[in-house]
Ligand binder design. Structure first.
Ligand code: PLP
Length: 453
């Protein structure tokens, strides 16, 4: 069962050390909601790969669709108005599922390239409409939008920026929208209104004629599973409309059933943005693919003379094998009623997690659909954080792993986004392990001299 090759000297991992101390962890196989590691330990995959394996592992339908397409037409360029049948079918399916007039699909290789493409489209819009200064972007603290230069510049996880450069002066970050971290004495409604007012003040200060867009995840995933206050999405959307600022809804994590709908922007949050970007659950991670879905109105606005060209694209965009995988994936979501399953299971999933709040360490449990975060603190009454040196998220994740559960450490938060096919019994298994892992971590922190209240 053990991997027979060593990766230590030859593989540079995303967010990995340049010279790791040893070989990395290798997963050997997956089945349903479980993965098996190199020691043969079976683990419940509570993070769904990386927030993406929505329909679960070992889905024959997807593998067969990919194999059939590879034997039919493995590749042909989508450049300069060429196409292939799976990508056309997929574009039609995405346009049908997207809200309002979001009907124009541009395929990419993942989430970063989808967001990068959306921003570059806003550049095209500004240039083609004679407003070349309308290029500034507004994002938020805790956001993650990708790892290209442009999208890393939009991301608001500032600790990730230590050693790499970002775009200078064109992206502006608003404060965190985490209600749990709102100022002392402020109600959640006041907090929401303050954050909305901050967006408006930022646009006014920059001059609306200089602001191209606002980019926002409906729920900020890797920034700590931050669920903005109720009404925030609608209110920020209206501010954007007021000032002709385009709204990019980054649904890379929230799409394809995670919140109980194919897309969450309109169905859950009541907004029809100018652009939805997506990836991850689009193929359930079986093969890389992303997309940005533009509104017809935005596309028309950028095409002032009917001759505009979007001079931007990726060799593997609209890849036929990836699009065939996505179609098979969407069929599973539909035929197995996975969105309905998520909506049905979500209250008990979140309820069982919320019951962990009786444990020391657990400050906040939040989420929606089958997406959740648990934030750990030193003092639950004052919400005082633990010292970063305690690496509490990593400790809890390690204790979970020992007991057969994968979760994702995100600083002092752990993220949970299991495959959508998870059952009630598997949720019980997951929460049971989590409870024990938190208890053991709390004991270890206490033994190390940290006093928990
Ligand atoms: N946007 C969000 C919300 C994400 O969570 C991610 C990845 O985690 C991305 C964009 C980037 O996607 P990718 O890693 O596929 O480029």
């Amino acid at each position: 069962m053990r991997p027979s090759v060593s990766d230590q000297h030859h593989v540079l991992h995303p967010w990995g050390r340049l010279h790791p101390a040893g070989d990395s962890e290798v997963m050997l196989e997956g089945d349903g909601v479980y993965v098996t590691d190199g020691q043969g330990q079976r683990l419940l995959d509570g993070i769904g790969g990386l927030w993406c394996v929505n329909v679960g592992y070992r889905r024959r339908e997807i593998a067969e669709a990919m194999a059939a397409q590879a034997m039919t037409l493995p590749f042909y360029t989508a450049f300069m108005e060429s196409g292939n049948e799976p990508s056309t079918r997929l574009a039609l399916a995405l346009a049908a599922a997207a809200p309002g007039d979001l009907n124009r699909v541009f395929f990419t290789t993942g989430g970063s390239t989808a967001n990068d493409s959306a921003i570059r489209f806003l550049h095209l819009l500004a240039n083609n409409t004679g407003r070349p200064s309308k290029k500034h972007l507004i994002s938020r603290a805790d956001a993650y939008h990708g790892s290209t230069f442009l999208t890393a510049s939009c991301s608001g996880k500032f600790s990730d920026r230590a050693d790499l450069d970002v775009l200078d002066g064109q992206v502006h970050h608003l404060s965190s929208v985490n209600p749990y971290r709102r100022p002392e004495g402020m109600t959640i409604d006041e907090f929401r209104d303050a954050r909305v007012a901050e967006l408006e003040a930022c646009i006014v200060a920059l001059g609306a004629e200089n602001v191209a867009g606002f980019i926002a995840e409906p729920i900020l995933a890797s920034g700590g599973v931050v669920v903005p206050p109720e009404g925030y999405h609608r209110a920020t959307f209206e501010v954007c409309r007021k000032y002709d600022v385009r709204y990019i809804s980054d649904e890379v994590v929230t799409g394809f059933g995670r919140l109980g709908h194919v897309f969450a922007s309109e169905a859950v949050f009541g907004i029809t943005p100018d652009v939805i970007t997506c990836a991850k659950g689009l193929t359930s991670g079986y093969v890389p693919l992303g997309a940005m879905i533009l509104s017809d109105a935005l596309c028309a606005a950028a095409d002032v003379d009917g001759k505009a060209v979007f001079s931007h694209g990726f060799t593997y965009a609209a890849h036929p094998v990836a699009c065939a995988a996505a179609m098979a994936n969407l069929r599973i979501i539909e035929t197995e009623s996975l969105c309905e399953h998520v909506r049905r299971l979500s209250p008990s999933f979140l309820g069982r997690l919320q019951a962990l709040a009786d444990l020391p360490l657990v400050g906040d449990v939040r989420g929606m659909g089958l997406l959740a975060g648990v934030e750990f603190v030193r003092c639950r009454r004052t919400r005082e954080p633990l010292p970063a040196s305690a690496a509490v998220g990593k400790q809890v994740a390690a204790e979970c792993r020992r007991r057969g559960l994968m979760v994702r450490p995100l600083g002092s938060v752990i993220g949970i986004s299991p495959p959508l096919i998870i059952t009630e019994a598997q949720v019980d298994e997951m929460v049971g392990i989590l409870r024990e892992a938190i208890r053991v971590t709390a004991d270890a922190l206490t033994r190390s001299g940290i006093q928990l209240d």
